[in-house]
Design a binder for this molecule. Structure first.
Ligand SMILES: Nc1ncnc2c1ncn2[C@@H]1O[C@H](COP(=O)(O)OP(=O)(O)OP(=O)(O)O)[C@@H](O)[C@H]1O
Ligand SMILES: [Mg+2]
Length: 327
């Protein structure tokens, strides 16, 4: 069942354009020039119940704008949006009770008060029955390991602890649809992993539908089978992450630690050497040749250690964008 549908969705901003410098400022007093920014431009997609979709693209691609249209904070310039059969912008309470927008860069917690106070406020706002509130809060704070710090003022918590509390605050009303805008931004690697694991569990436990944006490909790899790639407000790719990788990075990386120096002239025979600095040697080879070349290297050279790795998602995405450059 389709839970989130956009049909030729566009959001354009009119921005005031000023010529540079003092003269420009004076001129703009008399004649204002406007420019249209097509933040989201003719975007159509459909997401089914329980799906976790990664929304990826460089800075300014239109990710946050799309999420704001989906959660009803922005009114589309053109096109249609439907979430759980509601028109988000109407912000009906029956709609708001079933969704949540979590922004890693913004917070809803009261700074000087314990997180628990914000939770209690949300309980009132969303009219969550006491029994359900206690059950969900117990479950979420258990999963995130924050039971002991619910009563400490938020300003005394670490960044990661605060993010966990933000998540709890956003999930207390058990939303069916979650819009996560960079939920792991600024967190250390361990905390990123914790949040990822938690989101995965949440998706499975509540069959929640999730759209996630992140600049950390680790988040996307861990959580999303499907990705939508967007740039300049337009969709460049919508499909399986594994297909995107296979199409745009059909290679593997062999990493070798040598036990003795070798004749460098021989290196080109084995593929594209990405780096060689004794004892480390890194080769990039075609996906399908990986095993054959690895065994050849093992036979011919004094190898202490060898690993075959998939390309880094960061590289795949960077390659994808440079292949799809505008103009
Ligand atoms: N309120 C606004 N007024 C004018 N232009 C805006 C406004 N909000 C966003 N934009 C522009 O719309 C475009 C898309 O912005 P958006 O925030 O959706 O990008 P993003 O993909 O979320 O980027 P990032 O990865 O940096 O968060 C950008 O060019 C941005 O400058
Ligand atoms: Mg953004």
């Amino acid at each position: 069942m389709a839970v989130i549908v956009t049909d030729h969705l566009s959001k354009h901003y009119q921005v005031h354009k000023k010529e540079p410098g003092f003269i420009g400022s004076i001129k703009s007093l008399f004649s204002r020039k406007y420019e249209t920014v097509k933040a989201v431009d003719d975007v159509s997609f459909s997401i089914n119940e329980g799906e976790v979709v990664g929304f990826i693209g460089p800075n300014g691609a239109g990710k946050t704008t799309t999420l704001k249209c989906l959660s009803g904070l922005l009114y589309p310039t053109k096109g249609k949006v439907s979430v759980l059969d509601f028109i988000p912008f109407n912000r009906k309470s029956a709609f708001l009770k079933q969704i949540s927008l979590v922004m890693g860069q913004k917070n809803q917690l009261w700074w000087d008060l314990p997180a628990m106070d914000t939770f209690l406020l949300n309980k009132e706002i969303y009219q969550i029955p006491t029994g359900q509130f206690e059950k969900v809060l117990g479950d979420l704070s258990d999963r995130l390991g924050v039971k002991d710090i619910l009563h400490i003022p938020v300003r005394k918590l670490s960044l990661g602890q605060r993010m966990k509390m933000e998540l709890i605050a956003s999930l207390l009303h058990s939303p069916k649809v979650l819009f996560l805008d960079e939920p792991t931004i600024g967190l250390d690697v361990v905390m990123q992993k914790t949040i990822r694991a938690f989101l995965k569990e949440y998706n499975q436990a509540y069959n929640a539908t999730i759209i996630l944006t992140s600049h950390y490909m680790g988040d996307v790899e861990a959580l999303c089978k499907r990705v939508i790639v967007i740039n300049f407000g337009k969709i460049l790719y919508d499909g399986l992450l594994s297909d995107l990788v296979r199409e745009h990075a059909p290679y593997k990386i062999i990493k070798i630690i040598l036990s003795e120096k070798i004749d460098e002239k021989k290196l080109p025979e084995f593929g594209e050497t990405r780096s060689y600095s004794y004892p480390e040697w890194e080769v990039r080879i075609k996906h399908e040749n990986a095993n054959e070349i690895a065994s050849k290297i093992l036979k011919q050279f004094p190898v202490e250690d060898i690993t075959i790795e998939d390309p880094q998602m960061e590289d795949v995405i960077a390659g994808f964008f440079s292949a799809n450059k505008k103009g």
